[in-house]
Design a protein around this ligand. Structure first.
Ligand code: SF4
Ligand code: SF4
Length: 351
């Protein structure tokens, strides 16, 4: 199971789509529970992956060290903006299995949203981690400024990241002209990117573009019981106050609370919105995002706009399954090499 351990609600940046730190009353800036209670819960899990999360997790790097020292049997990873990477001693970095860096693509796109100088610092951090032999993932936030083809290709070409993943900046900010951007920019970019993915596949090379690879994997190896991110059934979040949540963004919402570190917790299953129940994409999408489905800040109409785009993207990826079957039959690729488990990486698959 995936355990997202929030080490702090504080962040050292104030990115435009997020606004920075959580309120310290909701997500305290350091842990308020006994680590022995956390260990007791995680010990019941036969295959735990712990991903450090925030705020910015490195702000409370001492707690990262404490968890890695005391719950030494887990797999480890971190989702970080990378700025404070020098705070964590190298011997702890070496024990990470995966590091996800927040970077949005080209320098002007990243710095335009996250602040001047962020791009260069993230690359410094990702090169450091990659040189230690640890897997790196670029974790993009995609906005109306993003050119999905150019920005993903930039990150692939840059060479510091083994995998690329992205999330759409929808629902939790003010509504923007999303549908038009989707029609004019995003969907044409997805088509080009998918063509590039297929050109590589024809040569036996599997690019780790997670929103493509994850969906293809789900075609051959179905496993969803809810949102593709695993929220609430394969993934839980431990907040610094000891609450156990289904989703790390939903820190204020009652529906997100699964329990408490002192009392245990229950998982959720099949918490799909009505709109998804008859959808032919459900086994690939799982209703996209549990948080967005519950909160619907953009209203039902906004939900449908996002859904329309999700369906178009899924149609583009799944439209290649016929050719992928042929590539498997002719031994150019192996089906097993298409298997991707997002719970090992803490990626959501569906943008
Ligand atoms: S494509 Fe849309 S309707 Fe279908 S499962 Fe995903 S979110 Fe639900
Ligand atoms: S995809 Fe949605 S439900 Fe899943 S972790 Fe992200 S915000 Fe939460």
């Amino acid at each position: 199971m995936l355990w997202l351990i929030m080490t702090t609600g504080k962040c050292n940046l104030k990115c435009k789509y997020c606004g920075g730190s959580f309120d310290g009353k909701t997500v305290p800036y350091e842990e308020k529970y006994e680590i022995s209670d956390l260990k007791r819960l995680i010990e019941n899990d036969p295959d735990p992956t712990i991903i450090f999360y925030g705020g910015e997790p490195l702000v409370n790097y001492r707690y990262i060290m404490d968890v890695m020292d005391k719950i030494e049997f887990a797999r480890f990873g971190i989702q970080t903006n990378g700025i404070l990477f020098k705070l964590l001693p190298e011997r702890y970095w070496r024990r990470m299995n995966v590091v996800l860096f927040s970077i949005d693509g080209r320098e002007h796109i990243t710095d335009g949203m996250r602040g001047k100088g962020v791009y260069k610092r993230v690359l410094e951090a990702s090169k450091y981690v990659k040189n230690l032999g640890i897997e790196t993932i670029a974790r993009m936030t995609v906005t109306e400024k993003t050119d999905i083809y150019e920005d993903v290709m930039h990150l692939i070409g840059e060479g510091s990241f083994e995998k690329v993943h992205w999330q759409l900046n929808v629902v939790w900010t003010e509504k923007w002209n999303f549908s038009e951007w989707g029609r004019l920019s995003y969907i044409p970019g997805i088509r080009r990117l998918m063509d590039y993915f297929m050109e590589n596949l024809e040569r036996g090379r599997i690019l780790k573009i997670i929103p493509f690879l994850g969906v293809i994997s789900l075609h051959y190896f179905p496993k969803l019981r809810g949102a593709a991110c695993g929220a609430g059934y394969s993934s839980v979040t431990v907040s610094t106050d000891g609450r156990i949540l289904s989703c790390p963004i939903a820190v204020n919402e009652d529906w997100s609370e699964l329990g408490h570190i002192n009392k245990g917790f229950r998982l959720i299953y099949d918490d799909y919105p009505e709109e998804c129940k008859g959808c032919s994409y459900l086994k690939y999408c799982g209703g996209r995002c549990l948080y967005a489905n519950k909160e619907r800040y953009w209203g039902d109409e906004g939900w449908r706009e996002i859904d329309q785009l999700t369906k178009e993207y899924l149609g583009i990826v799944l439209g290649k399954i016929g050719r992928i079957n042929e590539l498997i039959s002719s031994n150019i690729i192996r089906m097993d090499d298409l298997k991707y488990d997002p719970m090992r990486d803490s990626t959501e698959i569906i943008p």
